[in-house]
Design a protein around this ligand. Structure first.
Ligand code: ARG
Length: 605
């Protein structure tokens, strides 16, 4: 019967094909959208207002106590009459049909509460059908986005800024992909500059081939720190300029730059071994870059071209031999910034401009996102403004997704951190927590693997649970707690749902009777699950992982409140089946949300 109701809505959708707003989602309707179509159609009949306009104006409500959907009448335009009067009138005469349980009005707002009967019978099958892709849509077709994130520097620590960029960038990539974009994930490594001359000198003095092969990231950092100390010491001791480390380093980098075979070979080894290692570490976070680009990869010609364009556009100013770019003409706050030093070397910004031009030529992106810490806000604005002033029309499609700081990030090894150390420590700590319950622990098949996944979840959820721009304190104990809104808690919720599913796998779920789900807890849960597709659309707008995280915790809490009353074990068959299917739907939604965030849901913990 409900199948017929959904069919009716789909037919309605089909008939309204000529409405752009509705056609846009025609091929990826969600249950909520079908209800929006119904409401729009009925209100159009009552008022003559354009269906598309009504459809666009109906919003989802993150506060379910307030309603499932809400229509702010002023959004429909001024000509419609007095919104509060109309709201009152429409609330009275609107035909609720099979889809809506009741309507309320409050000032200019019309509030719709959906029929639980309809939701159970449409949303549960919908989730079952779409499974891992429930919530995914094709909001855009043939759109390309390039997302640059993580971007650590070779031979330097992987600091908190890199960690956040990695986590947020990974999420955004998944999200855009889920919404139908073609995504290129790019890592822009700090792999070029004088410091590589110094590193090479250090490597000849302290380097070990076996250590470089087995642990390139730590080894190179170690070598770099030691040679840097030697260099400082020399400066103190007043060693003559010609045979100083500094001088040798400069010479070596000149060799790399001019393409000297041996010098280039060493640098390439540093780079490629580091990348091999990064690939493995990122894989623990379910992140796979399509391109390992980097400062070294920007074609020289493109940098030269960027420099010429900057000159041709009269953006330059000379000062003490250095070349500045003056952006104050366009925006006072952007100031003036050096782009070429007195010795003729171009600086970071010029290279970044070249990199952007190169990427556009290669990928023809519709949007390019830079995931970079808020400390670099000014720099990124300067970069964007410069590109804009060069007359590239795609300059308007550049976006900076920024984020605040992490305080107190340290591991056993100290405050200089590397990604793999953080993940290793998270895993060890998770393992200790798990061992606290020996009975449960003994039942886990591959505890090391599970501990790794839980540890990673802890680090990631801690990072994603509040707004990006907020700073937060890195807190091992809190993030690993199984209580409160943490990664382990989310994993626990998922694994418990998983065990309900496997404990009742024998039940025949072919003809469920959802009318047996009458409890308020169940109703609230299905209303939440219906919202998931809209939550993702909202996340596209906010570009905030916390939009998804907050929602997942709401679902997790609702699932917990269901456990108390909605038993599956020991219930009459029909009741057990209805409840089991509701729990399975919740499991899918939580699992999907976790995967979108970059986590791997565990089955048992
Ligand atoms: N490697 C830089 C750092 O560690 C981040 C790169 C940011 N991206 C860019 N296109 N400038 O600070």
């Amino acid at each position: 019967q409900v199948n017929n109701q959904v069919k009716y809505l789909e037919q309605l959708c089909e008939n309204l094909n000529h409405h752009k707003e509705i056609t846009n989602c025609r091929s990826n309707q969600t249950i909520m959208n079908l209800v929006r179509v119904y409401i729009s159609n009925e209100l159009n009949r009552m008022s003559g207002i354009d269906i598309g306009t009504i459809f666009k104006s109906i919003q989802w409500n993150s506060n379910l106590e307030d309603s499932d959907l809400v229509l702010p009448l002023p959004k429909l335009g001024r000509h419609i009459g007095k919104p509060s009067m109309l709201a009152q009138e429409w609330a009275k005469s609107f035909p609720t049909g099979d889809y809506i349980q009741r309507i309320e009005h409050n000032g200019p707002f019309l509030k719709f509460f959906l029929s639980p009967h309809f939701l159970f019978n449409s949303v549960i099958p919908e989730i079952g059908l779409k499974a891992e892709s429930y919530g995914f849509r094709k909001l855009q077709s043939d759109k390309k986005v390039l997302i640059e994130f993580s971007s650590p520097n070779i031979a330097k620590p992987f600091h908190a800024g890199h960690l956040r960029s990695t986590i947020i960038g990974g999420f955004l990539s998944n999200l855009y992909q889920a919404m139908g974009w073609e995504v290129t994930r790019m890592n822009y490594l700090g792999d070029w500059g004088k410091q590589f001359g110094l590193l090479a000198v250090g490597y000849y003095k302290y380097g070990k081939e076996d250590l470089l092969a087995s642990d390139p990231i730590h080894h190179l950092f170690d070598v770099y720190v030691r040679i840097n100390k030697d260099k400082e010491q020399e400066i103190k001791d007043g060693i003559s300029v010609t045979d100083s480390i500094d001088c040798k380093a400069k010479l070596f980098f000149k060799k790399i730059e001019s393409g000297d075979e041996e010098a280039l070979k060493l640098w390439k080894t540093f780079r490629s071994l580091s990348i091999d290692k990064y690939i493995c570490t990122y894989a623990r976070l379910n992140i796979h870059f399509d391109v390992y680009s980097g400062e070294s990869q920007v074609p020289r010609d493109t940098i030269r071209k960027a420099m010429e364009l900057i000159k041709d556009n009269n953006l330059l100013e000379q000062s003490d031999g250095a070349t500045l770019i003056d952006l104050t003409k366009f925006n006072k706050k952007l100031g003036k910034t050096v782009i070429k030093k007195s010795d003729g070397t171009t600086l970071y910004l010029t290279r970044d401009v070249g990199a952007a031009i190169d990427r556009y030529e290669k990928y023809h992106f519709d949007k390019m996102i830079y995931v970079i810490a808020t400390q670099q806000d000014l720099y990124v604005s300067q970069l964007f403004e410069t590109i804009k002033q060069l007359g590239f029309n795609w300059a308007n499609n550049l976006e900076h997704v920024n984020f605040g700081m992490v305080k107190g990030m340290s591991t056993r090894k100290g405050t200089v951190v590397f990604l793999d150390n953080i993940l290793e420590e998270a895993k060890d700590k998770a393992l200790t927590v798990m061992k606290g319950d020996q009975v449960k622990y003994s039942r886990i098949e591959d505890p090391e693997k599970v501990a790794d996944l839980i540890g990673v979840s802890a680090v990631m959820i801690q990072d994603m649970k509040s707004k990006r721009i907020n700073n937060y304190e890195f807190d091992w104990n809190r993030m690993l707690s199984f209580e409160g809104d943490t990664g382990p808690y989310l994993q626990y919720t998922h694994s418990r749902l998983q065990s309900i599913a496997s404990n009742h796998a024998h039940l025949n779920i072919d003809f469920p009777n959802f009318d047996l789900l009458v409890e308020n807890e169940a109703i609230l849960l299905i209303r939440l699950l219906a919202q998931y597709p809209d939550v993702l659309v909202n996340a596209m707008r906010t570009q905030e992982p916390c939009t998804v995280v907050t929602y997942l915790f709401k679902v997790a809490h609702q699932v917990s409140s269901c456990y108390a009353t909605l038993w599956v074990t020991g219930q009459p068959q029909e009741t057990a089946v209805a409840r089991l299917m509701l729990y399975n739907a919740a499991m899918h939604v939580i699992g999907n949300g976790m995967r979108l965030l970059g986590l791997t849901p565990v089955h048992r913990m």
